[in-house]
Design a protein. Structure first.
Ligand code: PLP
Length: 365
């Protein structure tokens, strides 16, 4: 059967340029090799075993995920080194993690002894231990212990029967607010330095620290080069998106994921409406500075308003749209777009080459 063309796809469709995807994967893998750190990509971005397979083939050490359900899905697909990079809490989760531990080398995040303790009992009863990585807040202000509390919390987690301290990790999500490249680089440097300093304090206190794990796409290149960092967990880099371009992480040519949409209405000269609304694009804002809900490739026009099924384009001066015309939209945030769809369409140029199943989507527990 000859490969279908892009034109034959029903819209809206999420399209992934496979050449750009593979180049992004190879580039980050090369960066990690040069920096001498292990790459453990965050699979929350694609939730797709086929893409994770490409990352593994390029040298990824294991995968990061955010949910126990995602870990289960990737273990089913044969991935055997998984880090749930989230403070997992709940006795039910502890039981599922014990079952998973038979199939994969496993670790989970934690930022409190109370939370980590909820996972310990099944491991203790089975005469086993669960690896725990302490989350440290290096400035994002979301989860994580402040560096000055790390020794105390790490010591108490490591003392819980059924748990074993593996190391420390952080995520500098505040890098997405950096309005200049220099600001992002500074956040990246501090991400690495603060986490490495925290690891040194833990070791000085006699605690074991095997892993010192940083990671976000805007900060990865600089943070992974800080001495003392052992692992990096970027996720978004496989696709990139409008926010990464605005942050200066990459150029437009490095964006692998776009949405193919159809113009379904042109009710006024300054307004066109696409069949891609918030159910396709999500409502995530452009970072670091808000600016619509998606950029139309090859045009200056942007999507300025969304409802569930409608993407309302503010038509830029000198541009026009026709009903039935197809456009490609660069989303603000590719990770949430992938999570909204069962399948991604892999293309080479205008040829459809593969259907990528987003099989770990919706695994929220
Ligand atoms: C804990 C953690 N690690 C790594 C990542 C990957 O970051 P990015 O999507 O910027 O690559 C995320 C993203 O949300 C995260 O929350």
């Amino acid at each position: 059967m000859p490969p279908a063309s892009l034109e034959s796809l029903s819209t809206p469709a999420v399209v992934v340029d496979l050449d750009v995807l593979e180049r992004n994967i190879a580039r980050m893998a090369a960066r990690a090799r040069e920096a001498g750190v292990r790459l453990r990509p965050h699979a929350k971005t694609h939730k797709c075993p086929q893409i994770a397979g490409l990352q593994r083939a390029a040298g990824a050490w294991g995968l990061s995920v955010a949910k126990v359900g995602e870990a289960e899905e990737f273990a089913d697909a044969g991935f055997d080194d998984l880090f749930v990079a989230f403070p997992i809490v709940g006795e039910d989760k502890g039981r599922r993690l014990l079952a998973l531990a038979d199939r994969a080398r496993l670790a989970v995040g934690a930022d409190s002894v109370e939370g980590a303790r909820t996972l310990a009992q099944p491991f203790r009863e089975a005469g086993r231990s669960l690896d725990v990585v302490l989350k440290v807040d290096v400035g994002y202000g979301r989860v994580g212990v402040l560096p000055e509390r790390a020794v105390d919390v790490a010591r108490r987690i490591g003392a819980v029967p059924g748990l074993r301290l593996r190391g420390v990790f952080t995520h500098a999500g505040h890098g997405y607010g950096g309005e200049t490249r220099a600001a992002v680089e500074e956040i990246a440097r501090l991400e690495g330095e603060r986490l490495a300093a925290t690891a040194a304090e833990l070791r000085a206190a006699g605690l074991p620290v095997e892993e010192v794990s940083v990671g976000s796409t805007p900060t990865a290149a600089a943070a992974m080069r800080v001495p003392g960092v052992t692992e990096c967990r970027p996720g978004n880099y496989v696709f990139h998106d409008g926010s990464q371009v605005a942050l200066g992480t990459c150029s437009l040519d490095d964006c692998a994921l776009t949405i193919l949409a159809t113009v379904v209405s042109v009710p006024a000269a300054d307004r066109a409406v696409l069949d891609a609304g918030s159910k396709t694009l999500s409502t995530d804002p452009l970072r670091p500075v808000a600016g619509g809900y998606g950029q139309l490739l090859g045009r200056s026009s942007r999507i300025e308003k969304l409802s569930e099924e409608h993407g309302v384009v503010a038509v830029a001066k000198g541009e026009s749209f026709k009903v039935g015309e197809r456009v490609r939209v660069l989303p603000n945030h590719a990770c949430v777009v992938a999570n909204l769809h069962d399948q991604l369409v892999g293309v080479c140029g205008d040829r459809v080459e593969a259907v990528l199943e987003v099989s770990a989507r919706g695994k929220v527990r």
